[in-house]
Design a protein. Structure first.
Length: 70
C-alpha cells in the first residue's frame, strides 16, 4: 500500500503542532488499512482534533486534505 499526499495536504502537515501531526499520521495509517472507498469517491477519517480526507486510486491512498482544530 502506498500513500501520497497532495502538496496542500503536505504543507498543512508540516505546519501543525507535533501532537496534531502525530494524530494526522495515525489517521492516514488507519485509512490505509481500512477498506478502500470506491474508485473516485472521497472518504474521511476523524480523530479527536484532526481529520484526513482521501480517495483510493488503484492501490494508492491519495490524501487530499488534512486539518486540525488546534
Amino acid at each position: 500500500m502506498r500513500v501520497e499526499l497532495i502538496k496542500r495536504a503536505a504543507d498543512v502537515l508540516l505546519d501543525v503542532p507535533a501532537d496534531a501531526r502525530k494524530e494526522i499520521i495515525m489517521l492516514i495509517s488507519a485509512a490505509a488499512e481500512a477498506p478502500f472507498p470506491p474508485p473516485g469517491a472521497k472518504a474521511a477519517a476523524f480523530g479527536n482534533q484532526c481529520w484526513v480526507e482521501y480517495m483510493a486510486r488503484g492501490n494508492v491512498i491519495e490524501v487530499i486534505d488534512v486539518g486540525c482544530l488546534c
